[in-house]
Design a protein around this ligand. Structure first.
Ligand SMILES: [Zn+2]
Length: 93
């Protein structure tokens, strides 16, 4: 019978340690903290507030006509920027 112990290499002291523990058995390094920080970083990237110039229902027709192309350009720009942010975070390993 084997008790299921999942081993993970500690990024701090390079020793194999039980991955179910929060901290490394050898040096006390929080082995899951780094992973958690990365997840939080990605969440922040997703949460970046994009100030799109929104078209309001109350806007006069001429303003809607003016805003529409600006909004499309903005969305395109943010899509491109977002894509590069996505690339930089997914390749940073
Ligand atoms: Zn360690």
């Amino acid at each position: 019978m084997s008790s299921e112990i999942h081993l993970k290499r500690c990024p701090s002291c390079d020793q194999w340690t039980n991955s179910k523990l929060e901290q490394c058995e050898s040096c006390g390094f929080e082995i899951h903290a780094a992973r958690r920080a990365e997840v939080n970083k990605r969440r922040e990237v997703d949460d970046i507030h994009i100030p799109i110039w929104r078209i309001k229902e109350t806007d006069p027709t001429w303003l809607k006509v003016v805003k529409r192309p600006i909004q499309i350009v903005q969305l395109l720009l943010y899509t491109i920027v977002g894509f590069f942010i996505y690339l930089s975070t997914s390749l940073a390993h």
